[in-house]
Design a binder for this molecule. Structure first.
Ligand code: FAD
Length: 815
């Protein structure tokens, strides 16, 4: 294997060294500026609670993999994980309901969990005042990792396979030449390397800067305190037969309504608080000493005043704390990113990887995914059923390059990290619209959107209208079924009405937030042919949809390709990472230019779109618009006109430069007035996409699926000649799992995503995306299920807040 340098010997660096050496990359050197084991980083004082269940399936898988690995790990005969279980309690109705949703997440991830009443909570954790709680969720396989033990055990395993750990060595520079990392400069001299991984935790931005790579995280202080000994706890522990003096017998506790968590340290409790003000720290000041500093770089002096409200809430939940005191506390620093997710993957500097902003909870799973990504090119986790084939995992949501540059100003990163800190234990809605500030990126239609009362969401830093308040007067609103409770939040029947107008008349849809690329040069066709699953050597004026696969045959991009000339293509993709996939594969005489920011796109969708456009196109130039992709004029505005819509209605997509966007909007709006044109928002588009059977990356499809599994085999032509992933397609055989569409029996029930899908009582999948269709009055959900249960007519149900909603697999068109 190549020579690898890992910067950082915290739990992430140690886990990664273990996983890389286990995969045969044994020339690994781990450098850390701190002392052995207790390096002074965040791992040095983390209490190690591992609550596995989150709303994000990949993160839950990372956590499960971590609990599994540490559960089997020993250091000098001592366990590195104590499966004491986790108990989350609810003190409010809203939280109680949310625990049912979390129960669903656990079920969907294959994690056993139980909803408890207050008496059962108190029986499980006798310090709880049962009158304070309304109920709880118990997850028996959660537990306490021993962070430094697990780190050291993994470091030893790596060392035994040939890795070297060097402590007291500070990395001071990165040798980057020809776009590739060649080694690192350190306080002890130069170390050659073919691959460098920054596992430097909250120092990440400094390491990134050495290589010219932005690392969007902020160190944040988090308060953790140890109580004085509790006699009641001591007695209870003795009754339960606790022998280990520093140990724990009762489940870890989360009291999220008060932003608190608890664990035992022998007869003391450890109390963690997220309720205090956000306290970001400057990465450049981490190693400085000062009066506010603790014993280690990751410690700041405990600010007692900040802890007082948390302590009062802790005493209210656990009356045994009434006589206790805070013996000591720490403001411990660790990394927060703008969205709370890790930063993983290879950077634009070849050979320079990041594994940052990772909790103890996810450390082993992340290390397995990153190591397999480095060694095999595809991130994967050991199969849950223990079979030998590793299981590919979609890491897009944790990819370090997921943020648009408009979100990367240090002040933006810091303020969003603060928001992420404040919201750690909040009940988050997956379709939540509220952003603390108006998005920075505004397209040329923004002023028009405001006039129409746009309710705005943020995507990739863009202000994207979700629906338009002005459309509340549309007669179609009365035809839309109201939605109850959770599904009704951050939603409006107006969105349904807008989707009806698209089906019946014509609407303008802002498509600017997608990514537009120009692929040009003598090598343009060659690049696209090498990546695309269908033949793109088609006539000028054609528009083609094609997938891109990785070597393992998993879907990595979904391309909309218009050929504008022999050596000139206009390509659109939905997400930043898809655009990156193309750019990463550029070789030779081809330029890929992202023109998203300087251009705009508008969909004119609906059966009346043809009439609308005929009012704006010259008869002479209409001939050219017969072609599927044509550079023409709409009114006075030069546009690229692309015939067709992704959702199976008539329409065109018009692209032009940003300076002409407002003019384009206005001519379309005026010409459409007598046709009843409206603006339709992103929620209408989602609903139209689901009802029309559209399956794209991020909405139903994820990067762990093959085309056959996703039902998109019709977009793959293995006979076209060589392309990346073709061998995997040919070797694929029949898939063992499939993405299917379920129709719920009651069209009035709408689910939002991530709910478990059940066959009888067995959980066999989770909802990937769901929406109700206003056009058809049907409630749909897409889910990956075992192939044996994928036939049309198969009865399956969706668990939603503890209820079972019956449904059936339906045979619908897939596009
Ligand atoms: P670190 O442990 O910080 O390791 C990074 C290493 O990089 C350090 O050892 C540092 O010395 C080294 N380094 C940095 N720069 C250089 C350089 N230039 N040259 C050489 N070496 C360098 N997580 C949970 O999952 N559960 C919990 O209950 C939990 N509780 C927490 C409680 C507190 C009070 C805190 C502060 C954090 C808690 N966390 C918890 C979070 C968890 O501690 C961190 O996410 C995790 O330890 C990060 O590990 P790491 O290896 O990435 O970083």
């Amino acid at each position: 294997g190549p020579r690898v340098v890992i910067v950082g010997a915290g739990i992430v660096g140690c886990a990664l060294a273990d996983e890389l050496t286990a995969r045969g990359w044994t020339r690994v050197t781990v450098l850390d500026q701190g002392e052995p084991v207790r390096t002074g980083g965040s791992t040095s004082h983390a209490p190690g609670l591992v609550f596995q269940t989150t709303g994000h399936p990949t993160m839950t898988r990372f956590a499960r993999a971590t609990a599994t690995k540490y559960g089997a790990l020993r250091l000098d005969g001592r366990a590195c994980f104590k499966p004491v279980g986790g108990l989350e309690v609810a003190a409010t109705r809203e939280r109680l309901t949310d625990l049912r949703r979390r129960h669903g997440w656990a079920t969907a991830a294959g994690i056993e969990s139980h909803l408890l009443d207050p008496g059962e909570c108190a029986a499980l954790h006798p310090l709880i005042d049962r009158d304070v709680v309304l109920g709880g969720l118990h997850i028996p396989s959660d537990g306490l990792a021993v962070p430094l033990g697990a780190a050291e055990a993994q470091a030893r395993a790596a060392t035994a396979r040939g890795a070297t750990f060097r402590h007291g060595v500070r990395v001071t520079g990165m040798d980057v030449r020809g776009g590739r990392v060649r080694g690192v400069e350190t306080s002890e001299g130069r170390v050659e390397a073919d691959v460098v991984v920054s596992a430097a935790g909250m120092w990440g931005p400094l390491l990134g800067a050495m290589a010219g790579v932005g690392v969007p995280l902020s160190p944040m202080a988090h308060q953790y305190a140890w109580t004085t000994p509790l006699r009641e706890l001591d007695l209870l522990q003795k009754l339960r037969g606790l022998v280990d003096p520093g140990g724990a017998v009762f489940p870890m506790l989360r009291h999220q309504d008060a932003d608190l968590y608890f664990r035992e340290h022998g007869d003391r409790l450890g109390v963690g608080a997220y309720g205090h003000r956000a306290m970001p720290a400057d990465p450049t000041g981490l190693d400085r000493s000062g009066p506010d500093r603790g014993d280690m770089p990751s410690e700041r002096a405990f600010t007692e005043l900040d802890f007082e409200p948390s302590w009062a809430a802790a005493q209210a939940l656990l009356p045994a704390l009434g006589d206790a005191k805070v013996e000591r506390g720490v403001n411990g620093l660790f990394s927060f990113t703008p969205d709370g997710m890790p930063l993983l993957g290879e950077t634009s500097v070849r050979g320079f990887w990041l594994a940052e902003a990772v909790w103890i909870t996810h450390s082993a799973g992340v290390a397995q995914a990153v190591a397999s990504w480095m060694v095999d090119g595809v991130p994967s986790l050991p199969a849950l059923d223990g079979s030998s084939d590793p299981d590919p995992v979609d890491v897009s949501a944790a990819h370090h390059d997921r943020f648009d540059p408009a979100l990367l100003a240090p002040s933006t990163v810091r303020s969003r990290a603060c928001t992420a800190f404040d919201e750690v234990y909040d009940i988050a809605h997956p379709q939540g619209l509220s952003t603390s500030s108006r998005p920075l990126r505004a397209g040329p239609f923004d002023a028009r959107h405001r006039e129409l009362g746009a309710v705005v969401a943020e995507r990739d830093g863009w202000a994207v209208p979700a629906w338009f308040a002005d459309n509340a007067d549309l007669p179609e609103v009365c035809e839309v079924r109201p939605r109850r409770e959770w599904a009704g939040r951050h939603w409006s029947p107006v969105a349904g009405a807008e989707s009806l107008v698209v089906r019946r008349a014509v609407a303008l849809v802002d498509l600017t937030a997608s990514h537009r690329l120009e692929v040009t040069g003598p090598g343009a066709l060659g690049l696209l042919q090498q990546l695309a699953t269908v033949d793109l050597d088609r006539p000028v004026g054609s528009r083609t949809r094609a997938l891109c696969l990785d070597a393992a045959g998993r879907i990595r991009a979904d391309l909309d390709v218009a050929r504008l000339g022999e050596e000139r293509f206009a390509v659109a993709v939905a997400t930043r990472l898809e655009a990156r996939w193309l750019a990463e594969h550029v070789l030779g005489d081809v330029a890929v230019r992202d023109v998203s920011s300087g251009t705009c796109a508008i969909g004119v969708w609906g059966p009346a779109s043809g009439v609308l456009l005929s009012r704006l196109t010259d008869p002479a130039s209409r001939a050219s618009t017969v072609a599927t992709a044509a550079e023409t004029h709409v009114g006075p505005v030069p546009v690229l006109a692309l015939r067709g819509t992704p959702i199976g209605v008539d329409g065109v997509e018009l692209r032009t430069t940003s300076d002409l966007g407002a003019a384009l909007w206005d001519v379309l709006w005026d010409a459409g007035a007598t046709l009843g044109v409206v603006a339709a928002g992103a929620r209408a588009v989602t609903s139209l996409a689901v009802e029309s059977g559209l399956r794209t990356l991020g909405s139903g499809v994820d990067a762990s699926l093959t085309p056959a599994e996703a039902g998109l085999a019709h977009l793959v032509d293995p006979d076209k000649g060589p392309f990346l992933g073709r061998e995997a397609v040919l070797a694929g055989g029949t898939p063992s799992r499939r993405l299917v569409t379920l129709a719920l029996e009651d069209p009035g029930e709408v689910v939002v995503g991530d709910e478990p899908v059940l066959a009888g009582d067995d959980c066999i999948g989770r909802v990937a995306v769901a929406e109700a269709s206003a056009t058809e009055d049907v409630s749909l959900a897409l889910a990956v299920v075992p192939a044996a249960l994928s036939d049309a007519g198969t009865a399956l149900s969706v668990e939603y807040f503890g209820r079972r909603l019956p449904g059936r697999v339906v045979d619908r068109e897939v596009r």
